[in-house]
Design a binder for this molecule. Structure first.
Ligand SMILES: NC(=O)c1ccc[n+]([C@@H]2O[C@H](COP(=O)([O-])OP(=O)(O)OC[C@H]3O[C@@H](n4cnc5c(N)ncnc54)[C@H](O)[C@@H]3O)[C@@H](O)[C@H]2O)c1
Length: 256
């Protein structure tokens, strides 16, 4: 029996970036992975790649901001097997100062990054309770703990996600459903690479960000997967309502 061999793991945002590598890792650890993403062809190609490696996955197109789609996705996951793991990775960001942030961008980021995790937890946690427990891992961010110029909606959403997850954690602790937030800093996979690619000199920006980290480098997708597997597994069975920084010490440091 592999580590998650009896479980279904839902990964929202699984079509790309960190969600994609997490989906691959959980499948390699034995879970049947539901790759849930608004990008249907991307989700399908990730599920196909997992299956091609001899593991189990299905793709379910899903906009996490839509209650009907989230509930249909979770119902489909429950038909596949016992939902034991829910990774909330779907997110968007906008890069603009507070005073230039449009109503539209504010709402878009809050909907995907905060309402999406709420809808997914509301739909999936009852299945976990009925199945005897489970682990929710919400992808937060260093920017949910401290802030950076130009990310007001993202920082607000990720900060609120922390308290939403603490709330769900205490409400379901006795059900053996654990809810934790993983808070990465800039990582070599996904959003940060897309964001930095828009800079005039992407490599210079990446080097600059790496240099500001206490460990002198950015994180890796592998390190994120290691932490997700830990939080999904029995090794973290007494950890719930926690924010786990995955940031080389970045959020712990005063800079001057
Ligand atoms: N990559 C990093 O450096 C980094 C750092 C800190 C935190 N994070 C967090 O990690 C998580 C994953 O980010 P990533 O880097 O993989 O980003 P990404 O942009 O590569 O992937 C995000 C995925 O979410 C999907 N998505 C967007 N809107 C959606 C919606 N409405 N419904 C369903 N799916 C939707 C996208 O299609 C995409 O596949 C996010 O929560 C992000 O905030 C990432």
């Amino acid at each position: 029996m592999t580590r998650f061999g009896d479980q279904v793991a839902i990964v929202t945002g699984g079509a790309s970036g960190l969600g994609e590598v997490i989906a691959h890792r959980l499948a390699a650890e034995g879970a049947t992975v539901v790759v849930a993403d608004i990008e249907a062809p991307g989700a399908q190609s990730v599920a196909d790649a997992i299956v091609a490696r001899g593991h189990n996955a299905i793709a379910v197109p899903c906009d996490v901001t839509r209650r009907d789609q989230v509930e249909a996705m979770v119902d489909e996951a429950a038909r596949v097997g016992r939902i034991g793991v829910l990774v909330l990775s779907a997110a968007v960001e906008s890069v603009t100062p507070v005073i230039d942030l449009s109503d539209h961008d504010w709402q878009r980021v809050l909907d995907v990054d905060l309402k999406g995790p709420f809808l997914c937890m509301r739909a999936a946690i009852p299945h976990m309770v009925a199945g005897g427990g489970g682990s929710v891992i919400a992808m937060g961010s260093t920017l949910g703990l401290i802030v950076a110029p130009g990310h007001p909606a993202y920082c607000a959403a990720k900060g609120a996600l922390v308290n939403l997850c603490k709330q769900a954690a205490i409400e379901h602790a006795s059900d053996k459903v654990r809810v934790n937030v993983l808070a990465p800093s800039a990582t070599d996979t996904g959003l940060f690479m897309k964001f930095s690619a828009m800079a005039p000199d992407p490599e210079a920006l990446r080097a600059q960000i790496a240099a500001t980290n206490p460990m002198g480098r950015i994180g890796t997708g592998d390190e994120v997967c290691d932490a997700v597997v830990f939080l999904a597994s029995e090794h973290s069975r007494y950890i719930s309502g926690a924010i786990v920084p995955l940031d080389g010490g970045l959020a712990a440091r005063r800079t001057v």
